[in-house]
Design a protein around this ligand. Structure first.
Ligand SMILES: *Cc1c(COP(=O)(O)O)cnc(C)c1O
Length: 408
C-alpha cells in the first residue's frame, strides 16, 4: 500500500497501522466499483434525479460585453442540491458505503457545507451519521448545525486544540479507528491519504465530462481557458479533468487573502510560502513553518481557508500542466458584486476567486476565444460575511480607487 497513490512525489498514505485494513477495503471497493459498468450509470442516475445533473452551462452575455467580447461561460455547480459541487463527492461515496455493507458515516466539517452534504446523503441512504465540528465553528455556523441535526446527524463539538477544522479532523480519525467495522469516513475534498484524492476527483470528474460536451455542443470548439477556485482542490480537478488532454489552459485560483505579501492568505501553490511536507495522511505543499508547524491561513472564503492542497494538483503544477494564481479578498468581492449586478448570478465567495482571475485576464484574449468558469457553489450562505465586508473602510477605499459603481 505504501507505494500506491503517488502523483510524482506527492500523495501516498501516511496512516497508522490500525487503519491499513479499512483503507485496503476502501481501495478494493473503489476499484471494483470503477470496473463495474453499472456503477457510473447508477451514480449519474442518482445525481440526475436527486441533484439536478447535468448542471447547465450559462452564457454570461453581459459580462462578455463588459470585458471586450471574449465569450464567458459559467458551469453551474451552484444548482446542485445543498448548493455546491460537494454533493457529487458525497453521493458517490454513499454508493460505495452501500457496496461495502457499512451502516454508519462520519465526517469533519469547518464552515459546515460538507457536514450538511454528508448528513443529506446519510438521510437519503439510511446511514447513521456523526459530524465532528470545532466548537468555534459550531458557534459560527448555527444554521448548518441546525440542518445537520434535522437531517438526523449527531453533531459533536470538538473542544480540543484551537477548536476548528484541523481539531475536528483529528477527532473524526479517532472515531474511525475505533469503529472501522461499520463506519466509513467521508472525506470532503481531494486530499488526505490514498485512495481519497483519486476517489474524490473521480466523482467530481462528472463536472468536466458534462462541461466539455456542453461547450462543444454550443460553440463547436473548446474554451481557451478554464478557471476554478482551489481549496482542497476537488471542484478544480473535477472541471479540469474534462480538458487535461486538450490544448486548453487550466487556471487554478487560490485564496490571496489580504495579499500574498502580507502573509495573510491560503495560497499554497501560487505563492512562495508553501513547502513540501507530510501531514494529515499525505504528502503535498503545506503552509507551514520551518519546524513543520502548520501556519494560520486567512481567506474571506471559509471553503478555501486550508493549509494543504490536493497532491494531484501539486503534481500538475510541478509538470506545468496547470497554472496557479491567487485572488485577494478585495478582488473577490469586486468580482462577486459585478457578477451579481451584470448576470443575476450569486456565486459563493469561494467560486468568486475563479471569476476574479478570469475577469483580470479576459481582456488579453480575443473575441473568438471562450473562457469557462466553474461556479462551484451559490453565495446565499455568505450573506453575513459579505454584508460585513462591504461595510469595511478598506473595501470602500478599494472601490473609490477603482472609480466605479456597479449600477453604472
Ligand atoms: C468547499 C467549497 C470549495 C472548496 O473545495 P474544493 O475541494 O477546493 O473544491 C469551493 N467552492 C465551494 C462553493 C465550496 O463549498
Amino acid at each position: 500500500m505504501i507505494n500506491r497513490g503517488y502523483y510524482g512525489e506527492f500523495g501516498g498514505a501516511f496512516i497508522p497501522e490500525v487503519l491499513f485494513s479499512t483503507i485496503e477495503e476502501l481501495v478494493e471497493a473503489f476499484q471494483d466499483a470503477r470496473n463495474d459498468p453499472t456503477f457510473w450509470k447508477d451514480y449519474a442516475d442518482i445525481m440526475s434525479t436527486f441533484s439536478c445533473r447535468p448542471t447547465p452551462l450559462t452564457f454570461a452575455e453581459n459580462l462578455t460585453r463588459n470585458f471586450g467580447g471574449t465569450r464567458i461561460y459559467i458551469k453551474r455547480e451552484d444548482l446542485n442540491h445543498t448548493g455546491a459541487h460537494k454533493l457529487n463527492n458525497v453521493m458517490g461515496q454513499g454508493l460505495l458505503v452501500k457496496r461495502m455493507g457499512k451502516s454508519r458515516v462520519i465526517a469533519e466539517t469547518g464552515a459546515g457545507q460538507h457536514g450538511v452534504a454528508t448528513a443529506t446523503m446519510a438521510a437519503r441512504f439510511g446511514f447513521r451519521c456523526t459530524i465532528y465540528m470545532g466548537e468555534v465553528d459550531v458557534a459560527r455556523q448555527r444554521p448548518n448545525v441546525f440542518w445537520m441535526e434535522r437531517l438526523g446527524a449527531e453533531v459533536i463539538p470538538v473542544k480540543d486544540g484551537t477548536r476548528i477544522l484541523k481539531d475536528a479532523i483529528n477527532e473524526a480519525l479517532r472515531d474511525w479507528i475505533t469503529n472501522m467495522d461499520d463506519t466509513h469516513y467521508v472525506l470532503g475534498t481531494a486530499c488526505g491519504p490514498h485512495p481519497f484524492p483519486e476517489m474524490v476527483s473521480y466523482f467530481q470528474s462528472i463536472i468536466g465530462k458534462e462541461a466539455r460536451e456542453q461547450i462543444f455542443e454550443r460553440e463547436g470548439k473548446l474554451p481557451a481557458r478554464v478557471y476554478a477556485c482551489v481549496g482542497g482542490g476537488s471542484n478544480a480537478l473535477g472541471i479540469f479533468s474534462g480538458f487535461l488532454d486538450d490544448p486548453v489552459e487550466l487556471v487554478g485560483v487560490e485564496a490571496g487573502g489580504e495579499g500574498l505579501e502580507t502573509g495573510r492568505h491560503a495560497s499554497r501553490l501560487a505563492s512562495d510560502d508553501g513547502s513540501v511536507g507530510v501531514a494529515q495522511g499525505y504528502k503535498t505543499y503545506f503552509l507551514q513553518d520551518r519546524d513543520g508547524q502548520m501556519k494560520e491561513t486567512h481567506s474571506v472564503a471559509a471553503g478555501l481557508d486550508y493549509v494543504g492542497v490536493s497532491p494531484i494538483l501539486a503534481s500538475h503544477r510541478e509538470r506545468g500542466r496547470i497554472r496557479f494564481e491567487a485572488a485577494t479578498d478585495s478582488e473577490v468581492l469586486d468580482a462577486m458584486s459585478l457578477t451579481i449586478r451584470k448576470e443575476g448570478l450569486i456565486p459563493a465567495l469561494e467560486s468568486a476567486h475563479a471569476f476574479a482571475r478570469a475577469f483580470k485576464e479576459a481582456p488579453d484574449l480575443s473575441g473568438d476565444d471562450i473562457i469557462l468558469i466553474n461556479q462551484s457553489g451559490r453565495g446565499d450562505k455568505d450573506i453575513f460575511t459579505i454584508a460585513d465586508a462591504f461595510a469595511d473602510p478598506g473595501w470602500q477605499e478599494f472601490i473609490r480607487k477603482k472609480g466605479y459603481e456597479y449600477g453604472a
